[in-house]
Design a protein around this ligand. Structure first.
Ligand code: KIV
Ligand code: ZN
Length: 515
């Protein structure tokens, strides 16, 4: 069977999403999970964009053995040299170089003539060739490029040694049939097209990134899809990895393609990425949303109980979902907890992290009788478990709200070694609690997003809160989980403050780069 290459760009294009920037350690954790997921290529970052991203690409290249590790580079010697240097420790590396080819981008952004772009693309691939034979070239805004010019550029870069040709729909403008035909036409018109693997890279501005990518595969003959976990990415995001993989697997009859991904690792990957970035997955998201396999209507439930294929086209367990079962309780010991964590495929880096998670578990079990798999997963999204700089920490919270009265909250939190007590009124108990914290911290941060999500079903569920703050050009997401959503909100707010004030570099390639 023909094989479809899965190229994951969560750590590069996904990370460009405002607020999704990660530390080097977080990137490495995700890269290890992507390797467990058995993606073919991991785009680890953009080495030339910052020293931090260079180091992240380098540590991923030195660690990952079973997936190809790739760095993005603009089409110039400096960027390509930095990418090659960062990837030097890998036996299985790829350099991905790009330059814009659409009339709009060439004229307004690059201020270059088409001939200059043609020459730069060619020379860049020639230069990169000395570092590796595994070379990808992307004409940025390729879908809006003039086909005759694009054919000339692509023919030339293949002659220079590009082995993968990726056609980005950079602004998410494509529609499936036209995008598929665009790729087919390029492949038909370019004489040496068969010397390269063709790849699709779609953005989701019109909600069609997955459909466009699949049309690029089916109609255009592409054999690589560029995608991200949970569809993470700037604006409306990138093509979602889990949707592409499950579409190709579930409709093998139609696509006739093999993918190497271990689908049972999809949920752990989804949880890890949403926990680290604070980008919560919408409940009705295909494959990884909390409702993706939940049958609420009586007719559906009845059908599924009689024969699951009546309403289910995929099995939840095949993508790493575990039944909502009570796995542990107050009396469970450390070993039982550790075994469950391992069974859930949650990557744990150190004993210290396991110990911190176990302490949180005990604390939760004191307050919540039934602990579900999702609660355990949330413990690891709760950032006080993962090793990072925890400067602000919730100690206690009490709040009073009564019909007709203005809510009031008292919050005690630590700032380093010091404990601070703060209180405030607010429109509601959450508002009062966050205002109380802010009255002491005085961060002046702008609240860009506040959202609450129930981790499991029922009113006993923990609430998982995401808070996104912006301050002095920096954006940070914080996540907090607790059966009490006011406490979860305070934890999320403090977690976002920790990131805003942290010295640990958060990498967000491209923000400071000129073309
Ligand atoms: O969307 C895009 O054009 C890109 C390229 C750099 C591949 O991400
Ligand atoms: Zn992109």
């Amino acid at each position: 069977m023909d094989r479809l290459i899965i190229f994951d760009t969560t750590l590069r294009d996904g990370e460009q999403s405002p607020g999704a920037s990660m530390t080097r350690e977080e990137k490495l954790r995700i890269a290890k999970q992507l390797e467990r997921l058995r993606v073919d290529v991991i785009e680890a970052g953009f080495a030339a964009s910052s020293n931090g991203d260079f180091e992240a690409v380098r540590s991923i290249a030195n660690t990952i053995k079973h997936s190809t590790v790739c760095s993005l580079a603009r089409a110039n010697d400096r960027d390509i040299g930095r990418a090659a240097e960062a990837l030097a420790g890998s036996d299985n590396k790829r350099i991905h170089t790009f330059i814009a080819t659409s009339p709009l981008h060439m004229e307004k952004k690059l201020r270059m003539t088409p001939e200059q772009v043609f020459e730069q693309a060619r020379l860049a691939v020639r230069f990169a060739r000395q570092f590796t034979d595994n070379l990808e070239f992307s004409p940025e805004d390729g879908y809006r490029s003039e086909p005759d010019f694009l054919c000339r550029v692509l023919e030339a870069v293949i002659k220079e040694g590009a082995t993968t040709i990726n056609i980005p729909d950079t602004v998410g403008y494509a529609v499936p049939e036209l995008y598929g035909e665009f790729i087919r036409t390029l492949r038909e018109r370019i004489p040496n097209a068969d010397k390269a693997v063709w790849s699709v890279h779609c953005h989701n501005d019109l909600g069609m990134a997955v459909a466009n990518s699949l049309a690029g595969v089916k109609i255009g003959g592409a054999r690589q899809v560029e995608c991200t976990i949970n569809g993470l990415g700037e604006r409306a995001g990138n093509t979602s990895l889990e949707e592409v993989v499950m579409a190709v697997k579930t409709r093998r009859d139609y696509f006739g393609l093999e993918v190497g991904v271990d689908t049972q690792q999809i949920m752990p990957a989804s949880k890890l990425v949403s926990g680290i970035t604070g980008f919560v997955v919408q409940p009705n998201k295909a494959v990884v949303g909390a409702n993706a396999f939940a049958h609420a209507s009586g007719i559906h439930q009845d059908g599924v109980l009689k024969a699951r294929e009546t309403y289910e086209i995929m099995r939840a367990e095949d993508v790493g979902w575990h039944a909502n079962k009570i796995v542990l309780g107050k009396l469970s010991g450390r070993n039982a907890f550790k075994q469950r964590v391992q069974a859930l495929g949650i990557p744990v880096e150190s004993e210290a992290e396991m110990n911190a998670a176990f302490a949180k578990f005990k604390d939760l079990a004191d307050r919540k009788a039934e602990i579900f798999d999702e609660d355990i997963q949330a413990l690891f999204s709760d950032e006080s478990v993962t090793p990072h700089d925890e400067h602000f920490k919730l100690v206690s919270l009490s709040q009073r709200s009564e019909t007709g009265e203005r809510p009031h909250a008292k919050v005690v939190f630590s700032v380093g070694a010091k404990e601070i007590a703060a209180e405030s009124d607010g429109n509601g108990p959450v508002d009062a609690s966050l205002k109380a914290i802010e009255s002491e911290v005085a961060s002046g941060a702008e609240l860009l997003l506040y959202s609450v999500n129930a981790i499991t079903t029922g009113t006993e569920s923990q609430g998982e809160v995401t808070v996104r703050l912006a301050r002095a050009g920096r954006i940070a997401n914080g996540v907090g989980a607790d059966p009490d959503i006011v406490a979860a909100s305070a934890k999320a707010y403090l977690s976002a403050l920790n990131k805003l004030y942290s010295d640990v570099e958060r990498l967000n390639p491209q923000t400071s780069l000129a073309p």
